[in-house]
Design a protein around this ligand. Structure first.
Ligand code: COA
Length: 288
């Protein structure tokens, strides 16, 4: 099969990244750091990187490899070389090399490359490229059959989703900007019925969480989860997650994935039955 290189920006690049990551997941159940839903979650706010050309390698079925570039702020960039395992596309070291070239060109102050710790090829390439190991995070999965039972919210709180609050300000607006509802609405995997919030009886937002169901991979992704400081340790996250995971499974999710950094999140998710499967290291360019 012939493989050709294409470049894309903006929403077109988002859709190519989506089909690339869906193919990668269909090819292998757990390898690779990201789901298609992760890159759709990254789309929630406009970024400088939106208009930068991203590189993809495409065969007759669609993308087999790509280089994702994401600017969280002007000084905080992330680069993700992605390769579909066992596909007849470019070799991982070629994709890595092109990824480094792209990242160096656009992220003048440096960038991170997250690499799964069980990915020997990219770990070796990161070390040989002189990148420095930094933060680590963990990924855990849950089979649909192992999901926890839905539990009621503590008294004084109610659960809602965006189908019930279409005209209310989006709960994630404070952290992600006024355009967050519109940007999420541009994502093919976003479902307003899986966009949950917990409110107090007088309508204040206490927490929120978002669930992404991918019908092509049957994977459900949980991202993000947040409970405001003043409402923590009352069981809100736990009740919200049980409800959200239940909705994912009812949509058709066979497995549910979550990633996290903190011990608090680990206690929460592993306490609900998620099984930790892998860790990832964020490799960073050294400061000049
Ligand atoms: C992590 C977070 C979502 C937990 O929300 P929460 O509503 O306070 O969690 P719950 O009350 O439902 O906690 C359920 C269980 O999770 C564990 N847990 C929650 N917060 C914890 C903490 N700070 N330290 C240790 N364990 C914790 C405990 O086992 C807890 O049960 P317990 O209170 O009976 O001991 C919240 O602290 C938060 O929003 N943090 C900032 C954002 C974040 O880290 N999100 C997760 C990113 S993946």
């Amino acid at each position: 099969m012939t493989v050709r290189e294409v470049r894309a920006t903006g929403h077109e690049a988002l859709m190519l990244a989506t089909t690339l990551l869906q193919r990668a997941r269909r090819t292998h159940a757990t390898t690779g750091l990201w789901e298609a839903a992760d890159v759709q979650w990254w789309w929630r706010s406009p970024r400088r990187s939106d208009e930068i050309e991203k590189l993809f390698w495409i065969d007759d079925e669609g993308p087999v490899a790509g280089v994702l570039l994401t600017s969280w702020t002007d000084d905080d960039w992330q680069c993700d070389p992605v390769v579909v395992a066992d596909a007849a596309g470019p070799e991982p070291d070629v994709v890595w090399q092109r990824a480094m070239e792209q990242a160096v060109r656009h992220a003048a102050t440096g960038f991170d490359v997250p690499v799964s710790d069980d990915d020997r090829t990219f770990t070796d390439l990161a070390q040989r490229s002189g990148l420095t190991a930094g933060d680590r995070d963990r990924t855990a999965w849950m089979d649909a059959g192992d999901r926890p039972a839905v539990v009621p919210l503590p008294e004084g709180f109610v659960l809602s989703d965006r189908t019930q609050r279409r005209n209310a300000p989006h709960p994630m607006r404070d952290r992600n900007g006024n355009g967050v509802a519109q940007r999420l609405g541009q994502c093919s995997l976003y479902d307003p019925a899986l966009d949950l919030a917990v409110e107090t009886a007088d309508g204040r937002i206490a927490g929120y969480s978002l669930y992404w169901f991918d019908p092509t991979t049957k994977v459900g992704l949980v991202e993000p989860v947040r409970v405001k400081d003043e409402f923590q340790r009352r069981g809100l996250a736990q009740a919200m997650l049980c409800a959200g995971i239940d909705r994912l499974v009812k949509r058709g999710a066979e497995r549910v994935k979550i990633s996290y950094e903190t011990d608090a999140a680990a206690a929460l998710y592993e306490g609900l039955g998620f099984q930790r499967t892998s860790t990832a290291t964020w490799y960073r360019t050294s400061p000049e």
